[in-house]
Ligand binder design. Structure first.
Ligand code: CMC
Length: 366
């Protein structure tokens, strides 16, 4: 049997599968959201303003922003039934991302229109993350806070109402928000292309982001980073991993082969944050690891590498690292769901069969 399809590289490496007007990346290290440099957005705009831009394709007017922010804060909490489901799921102490995925499957959503359903899910992510963490540890949940979206999120995961640190956190949220056809977004687009409902498509994305090659990398970075006491340890660690041909989480990227612009932006912010906190030792260790990896393998640090130390210095428990990434990426997923269904074609590739042939049952039994 001949398969007349087109052979593409494994992992769809460098294959352009569709167009998108949401964001673009390039190998030289550029990241654009809806025509604007993502770094400039992080420096100048609030998290909710960038989310509006990513979802609706234009910067909001004052009134649009007010309405959008109002919607996100009104829908931030869970109804009683969803809350009791989350409490039940979390008692077994799963990873927060698993509680998030299960709660999204069950939770009550008032809205009917796709964009509103998706935004209602995004609005509840900080609350789900915070409560999943506290239920699993048997501690009290936190009251719904006031403030901007980033300030409320920062409070819910740290218990701290600190505007300065929340602003650092906000910049990271913007960096995590959108990244064209990354694995979780592609999974969501595959689901959306079957015309499944938006909630189910988010569940597919959450299941995909969990993997250590994607969103699960940031907590692994912190684990090895905290073991290094100084630059010498940093060099030895890299030497050990690379001599055994093991991957070091927080390095490498499918698109950015020279520089991940998000990592470099957060690295710059991290230097400022480290000085402000009087804790520059982790920054120095990170610089050494980055240098060592580049000299030996020419592989750049990715966003998760610097994000892990950044979140650590912001007092964020490692259990939240992936939930933070997923919560912010929810706005990117929202935009991609809308874009996919507005100009849909079922995503269904073919495969080349390499299994056995010509077997028959009687022969197989002999
Ligand atoms: N440590 C050591 N070697 C590496 C690493 C790494 N982190 N990443 C890639 N390599 C090597 C790899 O071993 C291979 O070497 P060789 O050609 O000698 O076999 C070569 O570089 C190409 O690697 P690849 O895995 O085939 O490249 P890819 O484009 O498929 O990989 C990646 C992209 C992100 C899966 C990979 O770099 C990786 O596994 N990194 C660690 C996990 C990680 O940090 N993920 C977070 C990515 S950024 C956040 C996000 O968007 O999810």
């Amino acid at each position: 049997m001949e398969n007349t399809g087109i052979d593409v590289p494994k992992g769809l490496d460098k294959v352009i599968v569709d167009t998108t007007a949401i964001s673009s990346t390039d190998a030289e290290g550029e990241l654009i959201y809806r025509g604007y440099h993502a770094i400039e957005l992080a420096e100048k705009l609030a998290y909710e303003e960038t989310a509006y831009l990513v979802v609706y394709g234009k910067l909001p007017s004052k009134d649009e922003l007010k309405e959008f922010s109002g919607f996100l804060s009104e829908r931030a909490s869970l109804d009683k039934k969803s809350d009791s489901i989350l409490r039940e799921i979390s008692s077994g102490r799963p990873k927060i991302i698993d509680s998030m995925r299960s709660t999204v499957s069950f939770m009550h959503i008032e809205e009917k229109e796709n964009d509103k359903v998706l935004l209602e899910i995004a609005a509840k992510m900080p609350r789900i993350s915070s409560d999943a963490f506290r239920y699993s540890r048997g501690t009290d949940t936190l009251p719904e806070p006031d403030g901007s979206l980033a300030e409320r999120f920062y409070y819910l995961i740290t218990g701290k109402a600190d505007k300065k640190d929340a602003r650092y956190f906000e910049k990271l949220l913007v960096m995590y928000m959108e990244h064209e056809f990354n694995a979780s977004t592609f999974a969501l687009r595959v689901a959306a292309s079957t015309l499944t409902d938006p909630r189910s498509a988010i569940v597919a994305a959450l299941a995909t982001i969990k993997g250590p090659l994607h969103g699960g990398a940031n907590s692994e970075v912190l684990e090895y980073m905290l073991k290094a006491q100084n630059r010498d340890d940093a060099r030895k660690f890299m030497e050990y991993k690379l001599s055994r041909k093991e991957k070091v989480m927080g390095f490498g990227h499918r698109v950015y082969k020279k520089v991940d612009p998000r990592a470099q932006f957060i690295k710059k912010e991290l230097l400022e944050l480290s000085k402000a906190k009087g804790r520059k030792e982790l920054y120095d260790i990170a610089i050494e690891m980055e240098k060592e990896m580049w000299e030996r393998k020419k592989i750049p640090a990715n966003l998760d590498f610097y994000a892990a130390i950044y979140m650590y210095l912001l007092g964020i428990d490692e259990a939240f690292y992936l939930p933070i990434f997923a919560s912010s990426r929810c706005f990117g997923w929202t935009a991609h769901y809308i874009e996919q269904v507005s100009n849909n074609k079922l995503i269904r590739p073919s495969s080349r069969y390499t299994g056995a042939s010509g077997l028959n049952i009687r022969k197989g039994k002999e």
